[in-house]
Ligand binder design. Structure first.
Ligand code: NAD
Length: 515
Protein backbone atom coordinates (compact mmCIF):
# COMPACT_ATOMS: atom_id res chain seq x y z
CA UNK A 1 0.00 0.00 0.00
CA UNK A 2 1.27 3.43 -0.98
CA UNK A 3 -0.09 5.55 1.88
CA UNK A 4 -0.98 4.73 5.47
CA UNK A 5 -4.67 3.81 5.98
CA UNK A 6 -7.14 6.69 5.74
CA UNK A 7 -8.62 8.10 8.92
CA UNK A 8 -10.50 11.32 9.62
CA UNK A 9 -8.51 14.22 10.99
CA UNK A 10 -9.49 14.67 14.64
CA UNK A 11 -11.07 17.95 15.82
CA UNK A 12 -9.82 19.70 18.97
CA UNK A 13 -10.97 19.66 22.57
CA UNK A 14 -11.13 23.27 23.67
CA UNK A 15 -12.05 22.31 27.23
CA UNK A 16 -8.35 21.40 27.53
CA UNK A 17 -6.62 24.62 28.72
CA UNK A 18 -3.46 23.89 26.72
CA UNK A 19 -5.43 23.44 23.48
CA UNK A 20 -7.37 26.62 24.18
CA UNK A 21 -4.24 28.62 24.95
CA UNK A 22 -2.52 27.35 21.83
CA UNK A 23 -5.48 28.36 19.66
CA UNK A 24 -5.62 31.78 21.25
CA UNK A 25 -1.95 32.27 20.35
CA UNK A 26 -2.82 31.38 16.76
CA UNK A 27 -5.64 33.92 16.83
CA UNK A 28 -3.26 36.60 18.09
CA UNK A 29 -0.81 35.72 15.33
CA UNK A 30 -3.45 36.05 12.63
CA UNK A 31 -4.95 39.18 14.19
CA UNK A 32 -1.55 40.82 13.71
CA UNK A 33 -1.66 39.95 9.99
CA UNK A 34 -5.12 41.34 9.22
CA UNK A 35 -5.51 44.03 6.59
CA UNK A 36 -2.88 42.86 4.09
CA UNK A 37 -3.13 42.70 0.29
CA UNK A 38 -3.15 39.48 -1.74
CA UNK A 39 -2.51 38.81 -5.44
CA UNK A 40 -4.19 36.58 -7.98
CA UNK A 41 -2.21 33.47 -8.89
CA UNK A 42 -1.97 32.65 -12.59
CA UNK A 43 0.44 30.02 -13.86
CA UNK A 44 2.39 30.20 -10.60
CA UNK A 45 2.85 33.96 -10.91
CA UNK A 46 1.47 36.44 -8.43
CA UNK A 47 -0.57 39.01 -10.32
CA UNK A 48 -1.81 42.37 -9.04
CA UNK A 49 -4.28 44.41 -11.02
CA UNK A 50 -4.56 47.75 -9.23
CA UNK A 51 -8.10 47.24 -7.96
CA UNK A 52 -9.07 45.29 -4.86
CA UNK A 53 -11.93 43.36 -3.30
CA UNK A 54 -12.18 43.93 0.46
CA UNK A 55 -13.04 41.29 3.04
CA UNK A 56 -14.28 42.36 6.48
CA UNK A 57 -14.81 40.43 9.72
CA UNK A 58 -18.59 39.80 9.96
CA UNK A 59 -18.36 40.25 13.73
CA UNK A 60 -16.60 43.64 13.50
CA UNK A 61 -17.81 45.49 10.46
CA UNK A 62 -14.81 47.85 10.38
CA UNK A 63 -12.12 45.17 10.75
CA UNK A 64 -10.49 44.56 7.38
CA UNK A 65 -9.38 40.94 7.08
CA UNK A 66 -7.57 41.63 3.84
CA UNK A 67 -7.80 42.87 0.27
CA UNK A 68 -7.46 40.65 -2.78
CA UNK A 69 -6.71 41.71 -6.33
CA UNK A 70 -9.70 41.89 -8.68
CA UNK A 71 -9.42 39.96 -11.92
CA UNK A 72 -10.92 41.12 -15.22
CA UNK A 73 -11.27 39.78 -18.78
CA UNK A 74 -7.50 39.96 -19.39
CA UNK A 75 -6.77 37.76 -16.37
CA UNK A 76 -9.44 35.28 -17.45
CA UNK A 77 -7.59 34.73 -20.74
CA UNK A 78 -4.24 34.51 -18.99
CA UNK A 79 -5.61 31.95 -16.52
CA UNK A 80 -7.11 29.87 -19.33
CA UNK A 81 -3.75 29.87 -21.17
CA UNK A 82 -1.84 28.96 -17.99
CA UNK A 83 -4.24 26.20 -16.94
CA UNK A 84 -4.29 24.57 -20.40
CA UNK A 85 -0.52 24.82 -20.66
CA UNK A 86 -0.11 23.14 -17.27
CA UNK A 87 -2.68 20.53 -18.26
CA UNK A 88 -0.51 19.32 -21.14
CA UNK A 89 2.08 18.12 -18.62
CA UNK A 90 0.06 17.42 -15.45
CA UNK A 91 -2.43 15.17 -17.27
CA UNK A 92 0.46 12.86 -18.20
CA UNK A 93 1.74 12.41 -14.65
CA UNK A 94 1.09 9.00 -13.10
CA UNK A 95 -1.79 8.76 -10.64
CA UNK A 96 0.51 8.09 -7.68
CA UNK A 97 2.75 10.97 -8.75
CA UNK A 98 -0.24 13.29 -8.59
CA UNK A 99 -1.56 11.79 -5.35
CA UNK A 100 1.67 12.47 -3.43
CA UNK A 101 1.47 16.27 -3.57
CA UNK A 102 -2.10 15.94 -2.22
CA UNK A 103 -0.83 14.05 0.79
CA UNK A 104 1.87 16.68 1.12
CA UNK A 105 -0.79 19.42 0.95
CA UNK A 106 -2.64 17.67 3.78
CA UNK A 107 0.57 17.60 5.81
CA UNK A 108 1.17 21.32 5.18
CA UNK A 109 -2.38 22.11 6.33
CA UNK A 110 -2.00 19.88 9.38
CA UNK A 111 1.12 21.76 10.40
CA UNK A 112 -0.70 25.10 9.95
CA UNK A 113 -4.13 23.98 11.07
CA UNK A 114 -4.57 26.36 14.01
CA UNK A 115 -3.41 29.31 11.95
CA UNK A 116 -5.78 28.37 9.10
CA UNK A 117 -8.66 27.93 11.53
CA UNK A 118 -7.87 31.35 12.99
CA UNK A 119 -8.31 32.88 9.52
CA UNK A 120 -11.77 31.27 9.36
CA UNK A 121 -12.66 32.81 12.73
CA UNK A 122 -11.97 36.28 11.35
CA UNK A 123 -13.12 35.95 7.76
CA UNK A 124 -16.33 33.93 8.28
CA UNK A 125 -17.09 34.32 12.01
CA UNK A 126 -16.74 30.61 12.80
CA UNK A 127 -16.29 29.75 16.46
CA UNK A 128 -13.24 27.67 17.41
CA UNK A 129 -14.74 24.21 16.92
CA UNK A 130 -16.50 25.11 13.68
CA UNK A 131 -13.25 26.58 12.37
CA UNK A 132 -11.15 23.55 13.29
CA UNK A 133 -13.79 21.22 11.80
CA UNK A 134 -13.62 23.16 8.50
CA UNK A 135 -9.82 22.77 8.35
CA UNK A 136 -10.03 19.10 9.36
CA UNK A 137 -12.47 18.48 6.51
CA UNK A 138 -10.11 20.16 4.05
CA UNK A 139 -7.31 17.85 5.23
CA UNK A 140 -9.63 14.84 4.91
CA UNK A 141 -10.50 15.69 1.31
CA UNK A 142 -6.81 15.68 0.35
CA UNK A 143 -6.03 12.42 2.13
CA UNK A 144 -9.18 10.69 0.91
CA UNK A 145 -8.98 11.73 -2.74
CA UNK A 146 -5.26 10.88 -2.86
CA UNK A 147 -6.21 7.32 -1.95
CA UNK A 148 -9.39 6.95 -4.01
CA UNK A 149 -7.54 8.20 -7.12
CA UNK A 150 -5.13 5.27 -7.19
CA UNK A 151 -7.50 2.54 -8.48
CA UNK A 152 -8.60 4.86 -11.30
CA UNK A 153 -5.21 4.33 -12.94
CA UNK A 154 -6.26 0.74 -13.64
CA UNK A 155 -8.38 -0.31 -16.64
CA UNK A 156 -12.03 -1.17 -15.99
CA UNK A 157 -12.83 -4.89 -16.05
CA UNK A 158 -14.44 -5.87 -19.37
CA UNK A 159 -15.18 -9.25 -20.97
CA UNK A 160 -12.61 -10.94 -23.25
CA UNK A 161 -13.14 -11.26 -26.99
CA UNK A 162 -11.30 -13.87 -29.08
CA UNK A 163 -8.24 -12.56 -30.92
CA UNK A 164 -8.44 -9.07 -29.43
CA UNK A 165 -7.18 -7.05 -26.53
CA UNK A 166 -9.71 -4.58 -25.15
CA UNK A 167 -8.90 -1.99 -22.51
CA UNK A 168 -11.14 0.70 -21.07
CA UNK A 169 -9.29 3.37 -19.11
CA UNK A 170 -10.04 6.69 -17.47
CA UNK A 171 -8.48 9.95 -18.62
CA UNK A 172 -8.77 13.52 -17.34
CA UNK A 173 -10.84 16.10 -19.21
CA UNK A 174 -9.04 19.45 -19.19
CA UNK A 175 -9.45 22.78 -17.42
CA UNK A 176 -12.26 23.07 -14.92
CA UNK A 177 -13.78 25.96 -12.98
CA UNK A 178 -14.05 25.58 -9.24
CA UNK A 179 -16.77 27.80 -7.78
CA UNK A 180 -17.20 27.27 -4.03
CA UNK A 181 -19.51 29.06 -1.55
CA UNK A 182 -18.38 31.11 1.44
CA UNK A 183 -19.78 28.86 4.17
CA UNK A 184 -17.17 26.08 4.15
CA UNK A 185 -14.67 28.56 2.84
CA UNK A 186 -11.67 26.28 3.16
CA UNK A 187 -13.11 22.74 3.09
CA UNK A 188 -15.34 23.07 0.03
CA UNK A 189 -12.80 25.16 -1.86
CA UNK A 190 -10.14 22.53 -1.21
CA UNK A 191 -12.36 19.51 -1.84
CA UNK A 192 -13.84 20.76 -5.09
CA UNK A 193 -10.39 21.79 -6.36
CA UNK A 194 -8.16 18.87 -5.36
CA UNK A 195 -10.66 16.21 -6.51
CA UNK A 196 -10.49 17.15 -10.20
CA UNK A 197 -6.77 17.94 -9.92
CA UNK A 198 -5.61 14.60 -8.52
CA UNK A 199 -7.04 12.75 -11.52
CA UNK A 200 -5.15 14.99 -13.95
CA UNK A 201 -7.23 18.09 -14.60
CA UNK A 202 -6.11 21.64 -13.90
CA UNK A 203 -8.37 24.28 -12.40
CA UNK A 204 -9.24 27.94 -12.14
CA UNK A 205 -10.64 28.69 -8.70
CA UNK A 206 -13.14 31.52 -8.45
CA UNK A 207 -13.98 31.83 -4.74
CA UNK A 208 -16.90 33.68 -3.20
CA UNK A 209 -16.29 37.45 -3.00
CA UNK A 210 -17.44 37.12 0.64
CA UNK A 211 -14.38 35.06 1.65
CA UNK A 212 -11.50 35.65 -0.76
CA UNK A 213 -8.59 35.89 1.70
CA UNK A 214 -8.70 32.21 2.62
CA UNK A 215 -8.47 31.43 -1.10
CA UNK A 216 -5.26 33.46 -1.31
CA UNK A 217 -3.99 31.54 1.74
CA UNK A 218 -4.80 28.29 -0.06
CA UNK A 219 -2.50 29.34 -2.91
CA UNK A 220 0.33 29.69 -0.38
CA UNK A 221 -0.35 26.11 0.76
CA UNK A 222 -0.37 24.83 -2.83
CA UNK A 223 3.01 26.46 -3.47
CA UNK A 224 4.39 25.03 -0.21
CA UNK A 225 3.16 21.55 -1.20
CA UNK A 226 5.09 21.83 -4.47
CA UNK A 227 2.39 21.54 -7.14
CA UNK A 228 3.61 22.60 -10.59
CA UNK A 229 2.72 26.13 -11.71
CA UNK A 230 -0.66 26.45 -13.43
CA UNK A 231 -2.29 23.38 -11.88
CA UNK A 232 -4.23 25.62 -9.49
CA UNK A 233 -4.99 29.18 -10.61
CA UNK A 234 -6.83 31.76 -8.55
CA UNK A 235 -9.09 34.48 -9.90
CA UNK A 236 -10.72 36.63 -7.24
CA UNK A 237 -13.07 39.48 -8.06
CA UNK A 238 -16.65 40.45 -8.73
CA UNK A 239 -19.20 37.85 -9.79
CA UNK A 240 -20.64 40.26 -12.36
CA UNK A 241 -17.26 40.34 -14.10
CA UNK A 242 -16.08 36.76 -13.61
CA UNK A 243 -19.14 34.52 -13.19
CA UNK A 244 -20.82 34.31 -16.59
CA UNK A 245 -17.57 35.04 -18.44
CA UNK A 246 -15.87 31.98 -16.97
CA UNK A 247 -18.91 29.71 -17.25
CA UNK A 248 -19.55 30.70 -20.88
CA UNK A 249 -15.89 30.50 -21.89
CA UNK A 250 -15.38 28.05 -24.79
CA UNK A 251 -12.21 26.71 -23.17
CA UNK A 252 -13.96 25.78 -19.90
CA UNK A 253 -14.27 21.99 -19.90
CA UNK A 254 -16.27 21.50 -16.69
CA UNK A 255 -17.65 23.45 -13.74
CA UNK A 256 -17.51 22.20 -10.18
CA UNK A 257 -19.96 24.42 -8.33
CA UNK A 258 -21.35 24.50 -4.80
CA UNK A 259 -23.79 27.24 -3.81
CA UNK A 260 -27.37 28.39 -4.03
CA UNK A 261 -30.09 27.06 -6.33
CA UNK A 262 -30.39 30.39 -8.13
CA UNK A 263 -26.71 30.43 -9.15
CA UNK A 264 -26.59 26.68 -9.75
CA UNK A 265 -29.54 26.76 -12.13
CA UNK A 266 -28.05 29.73 -13.95
CA UNK A 267 -24.79 27.82 -14.44
CA UNK A 268 -26.69 24.68 -15.49
CA UNK A 269 -28.52 26.59 -18.22
CA UNK A 270 -25.57 28.63 -19.45
CA UNK A 271 -23.16 25.72 -19.50
CA UNK A 272 -25.51 23.81 -21.83
CA UNK A 273 -24.86 26.31 -24.63
CA UNK A 274 -22.06 25.42 -27.05
CA UNK A 275 -20.08 28.53 -28.01
CA UNK A 276 -18.03 29.08 -31.19
CA UNK A 277 -14.65 27.39 -30.85
CA UNK A 278 -15.88 25.02 -28.13
CA UNK A 279 -15.06 21.38 -28.82
CA UNK A 280 -17.05 19.61 -26.12
CA UNK A 281 -20.22 19.51 -24.08
CA UNK A 282 -19.41 21.07 -20.72
CA UNK A 283 -20.06 19.07 -17.63
CA UNK A 284 -21.61 20.95 -14.73
CA UNK A 285 -21.56 19.56 -11.20
CA UNK A 286 -23.96 21.55 -9.08
CA UNK A 287 -24.28 21.02 -5.34
CA UNK A 288 -26.98 23.36 -4.08
CA UNK A 289 -29.17 24.30 -1.14
CA UNK A 290 -31.44 22.59 1.35
CA UNK A 291 -34.50 23.04 3.55
CA UNK A 292 -33.51 20.25 5.85
CA UNK A 293 -36.03 18.62 8.16
CA UNK A 294 -35.72 16.72 11.41
CA UNK A 295 -38.73 14.59 12.36
CA UNK A 296 -39.46 13.90 16.00
CA UNK A 297 -41.60 10.81 16.44
CA UNK A 298 -43.99 10.03 19.31
CA UNK A 299 -41.56 7.46 20.71
CA UNK A 300 -38.59 9.86 20.69
CA UNK A 301 -36.33 10.66 23.59
CA UNK A 302 -37.38 14.31 24.00
CA UNK A 303 -34.02 15.47 25.35
CA UNK A 304 -32.12 13.85 22.46
CA UNK A 305 -34.59 15.38 20.02
CA UNK A 306 -34.23 18.91 21.39
CA UNK A 307 -30.43 18.73 21.66
CA UNK A 308 -30.12 17.33 18.11
CA UNK A 309 -32.45 20.02 16.76
CA UNK A 310 -30.65 22.92 18.41
CA UNK A 311 -27.17 21.67 17.44
CA UNK A 312 -28.30 21.09 13.83
CA UNK A 313 -30.06 24.44 13.58
CA UNK A 314 -27.65 26.91 15.11
CA UNK A 315 -24.13 25.57 14.50
CA UNK A 316 -22.32 28.26 12.44
CA UNK A 317 -25.48 30.39 12.75
CA UNK A 318 -27.51 27.97 10.62
CA UNK A 319 -25.36 28.79 7.58
CA UNK A 320 -24.79 25.18 6.57
CA UNK A 321 -26.47 23.56 3.61
CA UNK A 322 -27.10 20.68 6.02
CA UNK A 323 -28.58 22.86 8.80
CA UNK A 324 -31.95 21.91 10.19
CA UNK A 325 -34.45 24.62 9.33
CA UNK A 326 -37.66 22.57 9.66
CA UNK A 327 -38.44 20.73 12.86
CA UNK A 328 -41.44 18.47 12.30
CA UNK A 329 -42.85 17.15 15.56
CA UNK A 330 -45.72 14.72 15.96
CA UNK A 331 -48.60 15.89 18.07
CA UNK A 332 -48.00 13.53 21.02
CA UNK A 333 -44.64 15.15 21.96
CA UNK A 334 -45.06 18.58 20.36
CA UNK A 335 -45.36 20.67 23.52
CA UNK A 336 -42.62 18.81 25.38
CA UNK A 337 -40.15 19.15 22.50
CA UNK A 338 -41.00 22.81 21.98
CA UNK A 339 -40.36 23.61 25.63
CA UNK A 340 -36.89 22.00 25.57
CA UNK A 341 -35.96 23.55 22.21
CA UNK A 342 -36.87 26.97 23.58
CA UNK A 343 -34.80 26.47 26.73
CA UNK A 344 -31.73 25.13 24.88
CA UNK A 345 -31.91 27.90 22.27
CA UNK A 346 -32.11 30.58 24.91
CA UNK A 347 -29.05 29.10 26.63
CA UNK A 348 -26.88 29.74 23.55
CA UNK A 349 -24.44 32.63 23.80
CA UNK A 350 -24.31 35.16 20.95
CA UNK A 351 -21.17 37.16 20.22
CA UNK A 352 -17.89 37.46 18.31
CA UNK A 353 -16.22 34.32 17.02
CA UNK A 354 -12.81 35.25 18.42
CA UNK A 355 -14.45 35.06 21.87
CA UNK A 356 -15.76 31.60 20.91
CA UNK A 357 -19.51 32.17 21.28
CA UNK A 358 -22.06 29.50 20.34
CA UNK A 359 -23.71 31.73 17.75
CA UNK A 360 -21.57 34.33 16.00
CA UNK A 361 -22.22 36.86 13.23
CA UNK A 362 -23.87 35.98 9.92
CA UNK A 363 -21.65 36.44 6.91
CA UNK A 364 -22.51 39.93 5.64
CA UNK A 365 -25.05 42.70 5.38
CA UNK A 366 -26.86 41.11 2.45
CA UNK A 367 -27.54 37.91 4.39
CA UNK A 368 -28.33 39.88 7.55
CA UNK A 369 -31.03 41.90 5.78
CA UNK A 370 -32.41 38.82 4.03
CA UNK A 371 -32.62 36.79 7.26
CA UNK A 372 -34.27 39.62 9.19
CA UNK A 373 -36.77 39.96 6.33
CA UNK A 374 -37.75 36.32 6.75
CA UNK A 375 -38.00 36.78 10.53
CA UNK A 376 -40.43 39.66 9.99
CA UNK A 377 -42.44 37.55 7.53
CA UNK A 378 -42.46 34.72 10.07
CA UNK A 379 -44.07 36.95 12.66
CA UNK A 380 -47.10 37.20 10.37
CA UNK A 381 -47.02 33.57 9.31
CA UNK A 382 -46.50 31.79 12.64
CA UNK A 383 -45.97 32.11 16.41
CA UNK A 384 -42.58 33.45 17.52
CA UNK A 385 -41.24 31.13 20.22
CA UNK A 386 -37.89 32.77 20.87
CA UNK A 387 -35.41 35.17 19.28
CA UNK A 388 -36.87 37.27 16.51
CA UNK A 389 -34.43 40.03 15.64
CA UNK A 390 -30.94 41.55 15.74
CA UNK A 391 -28.68 40.79 18.69
CA UNK A 392 -26.83 44.14 18.69
CA UNK A 393 -23.04 44.50 18.77
CA UNK A 394 -20.56 45.66 16.14
CA UNK A 395 -21.32 42.90 13.65
CA UNK A 396 -24.09 41.09 11.82
CA UNK A 397 -25.52 39.35 14.88
CA UNK A 398 -28.99 37.80 14.86
CA UNK A 399 -30.66 36.10 17.80
CA UNK A 400 -31.28 32.39 17.29
CA UNK A 401 -34.93 32.32 16.31
CA UNK A 402 -37.62 29.64 16.53
CA UNK A 403 -41.14 29.89 15.15
CA UNK A 404 -43.83 27.45 16.31
CA UNK A 405 -47.09 26.34 14.67
CA UNK A 406 -45.73 27.12 11.21
CA UNK A 407 -48.15 26.29 8.37
CA UNK A 408 -46.80 23.96 5.69
CA UNK A 409 -46.98 26.58 2.93
CA UNK A 410 -45.42 29.49 4.88
CA UNK A 411 -42.40 31.15 3.29
CA UNK A 412 -40.30 30.37 6.38
CA UNK A 413 -41.22 26.68 5.98
CA UNK A 414 -40.37 26.52 2.26
CA UNK A 415 -37.50 28.87 1.41
CA UNK A 416 -33.86 28.31 2.29
CA UNK A 417 -33.17 31.23 4.67
CA UNK A 418 -29.58 30.24 5.47
CA UNK A 419 -29.45 31.74 8.92
CA UNK A 420 -30.36 31.01 12.56
CA UNK A 421 -34.09 30.54 11.95
CA UNK A 422 -36.13 27.39 12.63
CA UNK A 423 -39.71 26.60 11.67
CA UNK A 424 -41.49 24.07 13.86
CA UNK A 425 -44.36 22.24 12.16
CA UNK A 426 -46.91 20.05 13.88
CA UNK A 427 -47.72 16.64 12.36
CA UNK A 428 -50.60 14.31 13.22
CA UNK A 429 -48.42 11.21 13.20
CA UNK A 430 -45.22 9.84 11.69
CA UNK A 431 -46.63 9.32 8.18
CA UNK A 432 -47.88 12.88 8.14
CA UNK A 433 -44.48 14.11 9.32
CA UNK A 434 -42.79 12.21 6.49
CA UNK A 435 -45.24 13.67 3.98
CA UNK A 436 -44.42 17.20 5.19
CA UNK A 437 -40.66 16.51 5.09
CA UNK A 438 -40.86 15.20 1.51
CA UNK A 439 -43.06 18.07 0.38
CA UNK A 440 -40.00 20.20 -0.34
CA UNK A 441 -38.20 20.69 -3.64
CA UNK A 442 -34.95 20.14 -1.74
CA UNK A 443 -33.54 16.79 -0.63
CA UNK A 444 -30.18 17.38 1.01
CA UNK A 445 -30.07 16.27 4.64
CA UNK A 446 -32.78 15.05 6.97
CA UNK A 447 -33.22 13.17 10.19
CA UNK A 448 -35.52 11.21 12.45
CA UNK A 449 -35.52 10.91 16.22
CA UNK A 450 -37.49 7.79 17.08
CA UNK A 451 -37.41 4.57 19.07
CA UNK A 452 -39.88 2.90 16.71
CA UNK A 453 -38.06 0.41 14.47
CA UNK A 454 -40.86 0.31 11.90
CA UNK A 455 -40.75 4.09 11.49
CA UNK A 456 -36.96 4.19 11.33
CA UNK A 457 -37.01 1.60 8.55
CA UNK A 458 -39.74 3.49 6.74
CA UNK A 459 -37.62 6.65 6.90
CA UNK A 460 -34.64 4.78 5.46
CA UNK A 461 -36.79 3.85 2.47
CA UNK A 462 -38.95 6.89 1.96
CA UNK A 463 -37.37 10.02 3.47
CA UNK A 464 -36.09 12.00 0.48
CA UNK A 465 -32.64 13.17 1.55
CA UNK A 466 -29.16 12.63 0.17
CA UNK A 467 -27.91 12.30 3.76
CA UNK A 468 -30.34 10.90 6.31
CA UNK A 469 -29.41 10.76 10.00
CA UNK A 470 -31.25 8.66 12.57
CA UNK A 471 -31.15 9.56 16.27
CA UNK A 472 -28.43 12.20 16.02
CA UNK A 473 -27.84 15.70 14.65
CA UNK A 474 -28.09 16.15 10.89
CA UNK A 475 -24.91 18.19 10.25
CA UNK A 476 -21.22 17.31 10.25
CA UNK A 477 -20.80 14.69 7.49
CA UNK A 478 -17.35 13.13 7.57
CA UNK A 479 -15.28 12.69 4.41
CA UNK A 480 -15.02 9.05 3.40
CA UNK A 481 -17.57 8.05 6.06
CA UNK A 482 -20.74 9.87 5.00
CA UNK A 483 -20.45 10.77 1.28
CA UNK A 484 -22.25 14.09 1.04
CA UNK A 485 -24.74 15.59 -1.41
CA UNK A 486 -28.43 15.71 -2.17
CA UNK A 487 -30.91 15.21 -4.95
CA UNK A 488 -34.02 16.99 -6.29
CA UNK A 489 -33.15 20.72 -6.37
CA UNK A 490 -30.32 20.13 -3.88
CA UNK A 491 -28.05 19.15 -6.68
CA UNK A 492 -26.41 16.77 -9.07
CA UNK A 493 -25.49 14.26 -6.36
CA UNK A 494 -21.75 14.08 -7.00
CA UNK A 495 -21.35 12.95 -3.36
CA UNK A 496 -18.30 14.81 -2.11
CA UNK A 497 -16.09 12.60 0.02
CA UNK A 498 -17.56 9.49 -1.58
CA UNK A 499 -15.94 6.61 -3.46
CA UNK A 500 -17.30 7.64 -6.89
CA UNK A 501 -16.56 11.36 -6.66
CA UNK A 502 -13.40 11.42 -8.76
CA UNK A 503 -14.92 9.55 -11.68
CA UNK A 504 -17.02 12.63 -12.38
CA UNK A 505 -13.90 14.45 -13.54
CA UNK A 506 -12.70 11.79 -15.96
CA UNK A 507 -13.87 10.34 -19.23
CA UNK A 508 -13.45 6.79 -20.44
CA UNK A 509 -11.60 5.59 -23.48
CA UNK A 510 -11.73 2.10 -24.97
CA UNK A 511 -8.89 0.73 -27.12
CA UNK A 512 -9.29 -2.46 -29.15
CA UNK A 513 -6.37 -4.18 -30.81
CA UNK A 514 -6.83 -7.23 -33.01
CA UNK A 515 -3.76 -9.45 -33.17
P1 NAD B 1 -24.08 31.58 -4.14
O1 NAD B 1 -24.87 30.80 -5.12
O2 NAD B 1 -24.43 33.00 -3.92
O3 NAD B 1 -22.54 31.59 -4.59
C1 NAD B 1 -21.81 30.39 -4.79
C2 NAD B 1 -20.63 30.68 -5.67
O4 NAD B 1 -21.09 31.07 -6.95
C3 NAD B 1 -19.75 31.83 -5.18
O5 NAD B 1 -18.40 31.56 -5.47
C4 NAD B 1 -20.24 32.97 -6.01
O6 NAD B 1 -19.28 33.99 -6.12
C5 NAD B 1 -20.47 32.29 -7.34
N1 NAD B 1 -21.32 32.98 -8.30
C6 NAD B 1 -22.27 33.92 -8.09
N2 NAD B 1 -22.84 34.28 -9.25
C7 NAD B 1 -22.25 33.55 -10.22
C8 NAD B 1 -22.42 33.45 -11.63
N3 NAD B 1 -23.32 34.19 -12.28
N4 NAD B 1 -21.64 32.58 -12.31
C9 NAD B 1 -20.73 31.82 -11.67
N5 NAD B 1 -20.53 31.86 -10.34
C10 NAD B 1 -21.28 32.73 -9.63
O7 NAD B 1 -24.08 30.75 -2.80
P2 NAD B 1 -23.42 31.18 -1.41
O8 NAD B 1 -24.27 32.21 -0.77
O9 NAD B 1 -21.97 31.46 -1.60
O10 NAD B 1 -23.50 29.82 -0.58
C11 NAD B 1 -24.63 29.43 0.13
C12 NAD B 1 -25.40 28.38 -0.64
O11 NAD B 1 -24.57 27.25 -0.88
C13 NAD B 1 -26.59 27.86 0.12
O12 NAD B 1 -27.68 27.73 -0.76
C14 NAD B 1 -26.12 26.48 0.60
O13 NAD B 1 -27.17 25.57 0.86
C15 NAD B 1 -25.27 26.06 -0.54
N6 NAD B 1 -24.32 25.01 -0.17
C16 NAD B 1 -24.53 23.73 -0.65
C17 NAD B 1 -23.67 22.72 -0.28
C18 NAD B 1 -23.86 21.31 -0.80
O14 NAD B 1 -22.95 20.51 -0.67
N7 NAD B 1 -24.99 20.99 -1.40
C19 NAD B 1 -22.61 22.98 0.56
C20 NAD B 1 -22.43 24.29 1.04
C21 NAD B 1 -23.29 25.30 0.66
Amino acid sequence: MLFEPYRNEPFADFSDPATLASFQRALAGVRAQLGRDYPLTIGGEQVVTGSFLESYDPARKDRLVGRVAKAGPREIERAMDAAWEAYADWSRWGMAERARPLVKLAAVMRRRREELAAWLVFEASKNYLEAIADVAEAIDFCEYYARTALPLAEPLPTYAHPGEENTTTFQPMGVGLVIPPWNFLLAILVGTAVGPVVVGNTVIIKPSPATPVIAAKFMELVAEAGFPAGVFNLLTGDDAVLGDALVDHPRTRFINFTGSVATGVRIFERSAKVHPGQHWLKRAFLEMGGKDALIVDASADVELAAASAVASAFGFQGQKCSAMSRLIVVDAVYDAVLERVKALTEALSVGPADDNHDVCAVINERQYVKILGYIEAGKNEARLLTGGGPAGGDGWFIRPTVFADVPVGASIACDEIFGPVVSVLRARDFDHALEIANGSSYALTGGVISEDRRNLEKARREFQAGNLYLNRKITGALVGVQPFGGFKMSGSNTKAGGPDYLRNFMEMKTVTERF
